[in-house]
Write a protein that binds this ligand. Structure first.
Ligand SMILES: C[S@@+](CC[C@H](N)C(=O)[O-])C[C@H]1O[C@@H](n2cnc3c(N)ncnc32)[C@H](O)[C@@H]1O
Length: 275
């Protein structure tokens, strides 16, 4: 239930609703290339924080259309597996990687982050941007990320966080949940979840600058999409632009009041001897 008393879909329904949302043409047009605050600049910062290099095998968990995976391959020379529930977005990732000359460094896998289909200790880095907040079983997702990392492997995560456990009513909706806000946790809880999964040397950083920029970009693109639909150049499908505008206003207010932030979290998979 949301605080407005509305029934939420069960976990599996929610996952499919979320991945379909991010594969929608109009949504992708509104969000731009990168589906997370801070865009490619933040991905590059994050990969620098964990000293990513050519020798690293990276798993990009909930990779969307692969913008971060492609950056890891292009700028750091990493071999990347982009995992997401959306086959459509991963198809785009593969195509763009080929066009940009890094197709040989990128593999894709349609899968659920709560059931990662790889052996233990398969990767050097797990990258996960603006997606942990949408996983219904966060304990399980953190445990899976730990499991697939080699001893001493690094976590490079960025995510939406909230300042208290309770959200104002207008932010506690299904759409806000899909948009990464309503199921975000506090920075303290985020640390606890990864600590409990076995990670050590956990470090939080504030990247809220990316949030302000992203919401401003979305507000501009919402107007462009509205105009394109009014002059018959774009079919909105089921997209409710007015609802989108209301969400953007609520999100801007919540950012201004410090209710919603965007954080980075890095850490090391502490697996005892050898890590
Ligand atoms: C906000 S987007 C972030 C995408 C990408 N990390 C980026 O920053 O551009 C969230 C992504 O999570 C994916 N997703 C949602 N639930 C998932 C799950 N349980 N397992 C894997 N991917 C999931 C969605 O399909 C969507 O691509």
């Amino acid at each position: 239930m949301t605080s407005q008393g509305k029934k939420l879909p069960d976990s599996e329904e929610f996952k499919s609703c979320c991945s379909n949302f991010y594969a929608d043409d109009v949504v992708r047009r509104i969000l731009g290339d990168s589906f997370h605050p801070g865009g490619e600049k933040l991905t590059e910062d994050l990969l620098n924080m964990v000293n990513a290099c050519e020798a690293d095998r990276v798993l990009d968990v909930a990779a969307g259309q692969g913008t971060s995976s492609i950056l890891a391959a292009q700028k750091f020379g990493c071999h990347v597996t982009a995992l997401d529930l959306s086959a459509e977005n991963l198809g785009r990732a593969k195509r763009r990687a080929g066009e940009l000359g890094v197709g040989h460094l990128i593999e894709t896998r349609v899968s659920d982050a709560e059931h990662i289909p790889f052996d233990d200790a398969s990767f050097d880095i797990v990258l996960c941007e603006c997606a942990f907040c949408v996983f219904p079983d966060k304990t399980r997702a953190a445990a899976e990320m730990f499991r697939v990392l080699k001893p001493g492997g690094r976590l490079a995560l960025s995510d939406m966080t909230i300042s208290t456990g309770e959200l104002p009513e207008d932010l506690d909706t299904l759409l806000m949940r899909v948009a990464c806000i309503a199921d975000a946790v506090t920075p303290k809880r985020l640390m606890e979840l990864f600590e409990a999964a076995g990670f050590s040397s956990l470090r939080l950083g504030d990247a809220s600058w990316g949030l302000v920029e992203m919401v401003e970009g979305i507000r501009g693109r919402l107007l462009a999409v509205e105009l394109a639909s009014k002059i018959g150049k774009l079919d909105l499908g089921g997209m409710d632009i007015e609802e989108g505008k209301r969400m953007a206003v609520s999100a801007t207010e919540a950012i201004g009041k410090g209710v919603v932030s965007y954080d980075t979290l890095t850490g090391v998979a502490d697996k005892g001897a050898g890590s």
